[in-house]
Design a protein around this ligand. Structure first.
Ligand SMILES: [Zn+2]
Length: 239
């Protein structure tokens, strides 16, 4: 019993304090920082560092975010919480379904050009309502139609797989569409001329796709994908 107590005490003493982790993490690769943060969040061990008064004062005149997240506006997927990051850590651009328009692209280009962000994560998520609505109906009312028009070309393959006469979209088909949408947004960013495409081609800018699991809290990282010329051309033509 006493041995067990010593072991437990030793483990607690050896675990780095949140302040120590905050001090050492900046040396890590940005993706590693995001992975570690998501692991803390998933396991209920979120550190919440970089949210103190001193951090706010340090950042008051300048920001140096280590990564940019293009995410869905969904209230269940706030990147700062999902990745357990604090003030000034992430530059975040959010729109339902991770949809891009010229204003979103301008925000992304600003972060790349003026804040030297070199890692972009496109974060889709399980049961995304914007993707589901586009998958089910294609055309939506009001301004929602612009959202559907942005997402629909990304998920044509998933739409073709909907069985004739289907009343409901199967969960695995929706999940396929979510991943296809993420992959398409990654490809659009990599092909977005001239700023993002130039840096992507030289390897200076990394754009990574990921899917967030609403149930487990896990961020699953999608493998790198080959460039798709057709999509790149469409992206270029839109400019
Ligand atoms: Zn969503």
């Amino acid at each position: 019993m006493r041995t067990l107590l010593w072991l437990c005490t030793g483990l607690v003493l050896c675990a780095p304090a949140p302040q120590q982790r905050a001090a050492t993490e900046p040396a890590l690769d940005p993706l590693e920082r995001l992975k570690l943060g998501n692991q803390r969040y998933q396991s209920g061990q979120a550190a919440h560092f970089n949210q103190e008064r001193d951090r706010r004062l340090d950042l008051a005149r300048a920001q140096h975010p280590f990564a940019l997240v293009v995410g869905c506006a969904d209230s269940r997927v706030p990147p700062e919480i999902v990745f357990d990051q604090g003030l000034g850590d992430l530059f975040v651009v959010r729109c339902a379904g991770e949809a891009l328009d010229d204003l979103a692209l301008a925000s992304i280009e600003y972060a790349v050009l003026h804040l030297d962000v070199r890692t972009i994560v496109v974060l889709g998520h399980e049961r995304c309502g914007a993707v589901q609505a586009t998958l089910e109906r294609g055309e939506l009312p009001g301004h929602l139609k612009y959202l559907a028009r942005a997402i629909a070309p990304h998920i044509e393959d998933a739409r073709r797989r909907i069985p004739a006469g289907a009343v409901e979209i199967a969960p695995d088909l929706l999940d396929l569409a979510v991943v296809q949408n993420v992959r398409a947004v990654v490809a659009e960013l990599e092909a977005c001329e001239p700023i993002l495409s130039d840096l992507s081609h030289t390897g200076e800018l990394r754009v990574v796709g990921a899917r967030y699991d609403l149930d487990s809290g896990a961020v699953e990282w999608l493998p790198a994908q080959a460039a798709e010329p057709a999509r790149a051309q469409r992206n270029s033509a839109r400019r």
